[in-house]
Design a binder for this molecule. Structure first.
Ligand code: NDP
Length: 280
């Protein structure tokens, strides 16, 4: 069996088109501000892609680029201005931040109703307690991919490999909210392959190139690979050994072209939702 490929590019393009259609009916342009501190090259690419995608769907989007020497107080000042600006609906502070700035302090300073990344502790708490709020973009994108792939979630055994605040934890909460039976596995889990083999839905966000091998996958599983790892030769690979896994899974996301494109589309979706909620 060779797995069906879950085409993240196509699902993301469809979502962006639906967002653009809704923006066209609003009578105003949702405002997104992306704050970038320093000149980390990978962050530069992400920020440019976010800005481009936001403009394409009709948002009022701008990037605020601050020098690597910016202090925490200066960054908090910029965040406070954006919080107070009525034209701004979504704020995103691109991570990682330079070492003199504490990311958790900055994340907590973003107004929760403008928290386009969904990282504010209030939004994390809302997600964990089943209340509506802004949800982190990557796991939200995974839920769209699962829906598009036709996966039946209620009652399904879902395993999430990784427990970061950005991906693993919110992913597990979203799957739980969708009535899956959820297991979270991590670096202290005793028998990772055995835990993963129990999964009907396996979401991997571990940051280790091709760590999940084919024999960790149950026949017929749906495999979502969040990992993006660049090898020494420049090739991009996921956290799952793709060819081996595709021989056992029923459906699988490729890297690139799987979860990656969904993250930006969901950032746009969050900003649109934030705009509609704020301006109603
Ligand atoms: P983190 O490094 O924050 O978290 C990794 C998690 O994996 C941790 O919970 C860690 O466990 C666990 N882990 C690490 N090594 C092992 C191991 N050997 N065995 C078992 N568990 C392990 O990463 P992120 O969640 O931020 O990102 C994960 C991956 O997803 C990365 O490849 C990243 O590039 C990618 N990513 C992709 C995005 C996209 O848009 N597609 C967006 C965000 C991330 P413990 O907690 O015990 O240390």
């Amino acid at each position: 069996m060779t797995a069906r490929i879950i085409d993240g590019k196509a699902v993301a393009a469809d979502l962006r088109q639906r967002i653009a259609a809704r923006v066209a009916t609003l009578g105003y342009r949702p405002g997104l501000r992306v704050v970038r501190v320093g000149d980390d090259p990978a962050s530069g690419v992400y920020v440019r892609n976010k800005d481009k995608a936001a403009k394409e769907v009709g948002f009022d989007s701008a990037t605020i680029a601050l020098p690597a020497t910016t202090t925490e107080a200066e960054l908090l000042g910029v965040v406070a201005q954006l919080n107070a600006d009525p034209a701004v609906d979504g704020i995103l502070v691109q991570l990682p931040l330079p070492p003199q700035i504490r990311a958790d302090i900055v994340i907590s300073a973003v107004a929760p109703e403008k928290d386009a990344d969904g990282f504010h502790p209030l939004n994390a708490g809302r997600l964990a307690s089943g209340q509506p709020g802004l949800v982190p973009c990557t796991p939200k994108g995974v839920m769209h991919l699962l829906a598009a792939s036709g996966a039946v979630l209620p009652g399904a055994r879902a395993v999430v490999l990784g427990r970061s605040n950005i991906v693993g934890r919110p992913m597990a909460q979203l799957l739980l909210a969708a009535d899956c039976t959820v297991t979270i596995v991590h670096s202290r889990t005793r028998d990772l392959p055995a835990e993963c083999r129990r999964a009907e839905i396996l979401v991997v966000a571990v940051g280790r190139p091709e760590m999940v091998r084919g024999d960790w996958i149950a026949e017929g599983a749906t495999v979502i690979d969040v990992g993006i790892n660049r090898l020494a030769d420049g090739k991009l690979v996921g956290d799952v050994a793709y060819a081996e896994a595709a021989a056992r899974a029923e459906a699988i996301t490729p890297v690139p072209g799987g979860v990656g494109p969904m993250t930006i589309a969901c950032l746009l979706e969050n900003t649109l939702d934030a705009a509609i909620a704020r301006r109603k």
